[in-house]
Design a protein around this ligand. Sequence first.
Ligand code: URP
Ligand code: ZN
Ligand code: ZN
Length: 465
Amino acid sequence: MNPTKNVLIKNGCVVNSTGQTQADVLIVNGKFEHIAADIPVPDTCEVIDATGCYVMPGGIDVHTHFNIDVGIASSCDDFFTGTRAAACGGTTTIIDHMGFGPAGCNLHHQLEVYHGYARDKAVVDYSFHGVIQHIDDAIIDEIPSMVDEGISSFKLYLTYLYKLNDSDILRALQRLNEVGALTTVHPENDAVIAQRRADFLTAGLTAPLYHARSRPPECEAEAIARMINLARLSGNAPLYIVHLSNGLGLDYLRLAKVRHQQVWVETCPQYLMLDERLYLREDALKFILSPPLRDVRDQDALWCGISDGTIDVVATDHCTFPYQQRVALSNGDFSRCPNGLPGVENRLLLLFSAGVMSGRISPERFVSLTSTMPAQLFGLWPQKGCIVVGADADVVIIDPQASTTICHSELHDNADYSPYEGMECQGKIRHTLSRGETLWSQGKFTGTAGRGHFLKRQPFNYSDF
Ligand code: URP
Ligand code: ZN
Ligand code: ZN
């Protein structure tokens, strides 16, 4: 494929987060050049017929974990297989959460490791979130240079190996706010998890269901409420909650939003589409992730948040450990199973089907959740996240008339299963273009490793949009 070839997308319904219009879209040199009705076909131009289809900004998945090393295992998707799967599912940009590095390492250590992981592998454009695994004066002094290098968001963990305590969190929030970076957080109360886990293991309760029982909704909601208040006390530092799974946490976020606090929230398809009954299945280890799957009332609450605008972003938290590896490592004990689910290829279609086609959300809101808000919050706007003249020509074309049955053998990641196996989706990803280059068309992947660009992201600035 020649990336500089001109492309004309004809007769589609072009959707931005602000509205939709029946129009043609002309792409020249990888950028949107002209959007209007009945654009004449120029010479030497590839024409894509989008009759009956939605033409939307390519998806931006701001939560993946390719190549992540979690100590007991490394995820089996790298930046090639992970971004290939992304492209085949209509996602044209990913922002990966860097994993922890060696104890005491500085911020640039992991940045260099991740540049090495992605450089010759990525099929779509990419960036990274920084990870703050300890706080001292050197880390505080290093943060601005990371932002200068395009890393304008960082993740803090309240549990796992490198959890931060409240005084570290306050220092991080304040510094990140000062230098134009967005704080993202994995909110779970570590003491609750440790106590419940120890109790269950002592009682011999090692089945996957006890993974969920050891991390109840209150454990997540408490940490969300704490972070909201610490952010407010740190000069109203902007805060982004990742992978929200429950309704109580959502209520705390609603309250903060009503009080005009700068707080945003992401959920993931697994919390909208799957529920904790899966932990009773024979193959329950396939569904071990943190926070865990919840009950259907939490699922309903999240759908309300999607419909009423409280939830800002849907990302995947794609983090793949094969089922066979989960079985071997856990050896009958949930606490030894690596955490995370695949899904980068399924995000758009699942939300399109269960959201747009079911009438819960409009196509515009779908674009906002999957592309525009991610671009705006993470320093990619207006280069990404919209179909406007001058922006990168990243496009997903979705056919609402066709249907798709999710089947792992047809996906492009490196997992050995899909958590969504057998689900029927109304809609089909017909075409994915990244900077005008076709990566997915007629059921075929046509991209190449290494064509994805590192995106030097702008500092966080909510007033920009
Ligand atoms: O279980 C999960 N979510 N694994 C990925 C790492 C994280 O906490 O986001
Ligand atoms: Zn997390
Ligand atoms: Zn994650």
